[in-house]
Design a protein. Structure first.
Length: 289
């Protein structure tokens, strides 16, 4: 079932001025209910512009954004409602923390939805649980938290609105390997427990390979590729031409195969590599071919 659709979307900045620029050009993209989609592309490819269309922060110059088949820009009311149904977590969301306690920050979104105090409290605690924040942390100032904890608190604020589609722009950006692992695990756990549709924007091919089911590749404001992880990453030369790349572990396996090892080409994560090499060695160094 299609939950979110970009239909013939085009968008121009600074229309009618010498700085007019086309940021998106005739994008057509469908996101299925419960899907984990990654959007990738070089800097300036249109990724952030596209996701801001998904919850009506930007209105397309041409085309429609459909949520369950209905145009979210049909009226001010539908656009407002879409912002609760499609939750958008910007890059470095911790910079948007402002309340005097973590609890109040997480409760801010649900409060704007007009929910009663009991429902808000339940949502705050449920979202905090998703991101691994305990009761003591909820009563702290968000500015007393570590960088990773601030990130999780900010993400919880979006999760607490319980959107049907959760969009995250570079969710692991700027974090150390441990913090990155925590964020990726919480996204996977959130999706597994809620069944929500999740869209991530990322520059990290390793993160995309680990977490996504499908990938949409933007290039100069156009949808250059769309498909499963395998289908997209197997077009590695085209990705490189766009200024992107395949995961490092995949490049290693590519080089090993050039040396005649005959390993599986569809290896994108360290876990897959471990399984493949273990099986290869158990067979006495013989390929699966």
């Amino acid at each position: 079932m299609t939950v979110l659709e970009a239909r013939n979307i085009s968008y121009k900045y600074s229309v009618g001025t010498p700085f007019e620029m086309t940021a998106l050009n005739n994008i057509n993209l469908k996101v299925e209910k419960g899907e984990m989609l990654a959007i990738i592309g070089h800097t300036g490819s249109g990724k952030s512009t596209l996701i801001q269309h998904f919850n009506a922060l930007l209105k397309p110059s041409e085309g429609q954004i459909l949520l369950y088949g209905k145009d979210i820009n049909e009226s001010k009311e539908t656009a407002h409602a879409a912002r609760f149904k499609v939750g958008l977590c910007f890059q470095y969301p911790e910079y948007q923390l402002f309340e005097d306690t973590v609890y109040k920050d997480i409760a801010f979104g649900p409060g704007n939805m007009g929910l009663d105090k009991t429902e808000i409290d339940m949502r705050v605690r449920r979202a905090a649980s998703f991101v691994g924040l305990n009761e003591n942390m909820l009563q702290k100032s968000p500015f007393d938290l570590s960088g990773g904890e601030k990130r999780r608190a900010a993400i919880a604020g979006v999760m607490a609105m319980e959107p049907e589609v959760l969009i995250m722009d570079e969710p692991a950006a700027g974090l150390d390997p441990k913090g990155r692992r925590v964020i990726l695990d919480l996204i996977k756990n959130y999706r597994r427990q809620t069944g929500s549709t999740v869209i991530i924007v990322s520059h990290s091919m390793e993160d995309v390979a680990e977490i996504a089911e499908k990938i949409a590749v933007l290039n100069h404001g156009e949808l250059a590729m769309y498909g499963t992880v395998d289908r997209v990453f197997e077009r590695s030369s085209e990705l490189c031409d766009m200024g992107l790349n395949i995961p490092q572990i995949t490049r290693i396996f590519t080089e090993l195969n050039k040396c005649g090892f005959g390993l599986n080409k569809a290896v994108y994560t360290v876990e897959q590599a471990e399984r493949e090499l273990t099986e290869y060695l158990h067979k006495g160094g013989k390929s699966n071919d």
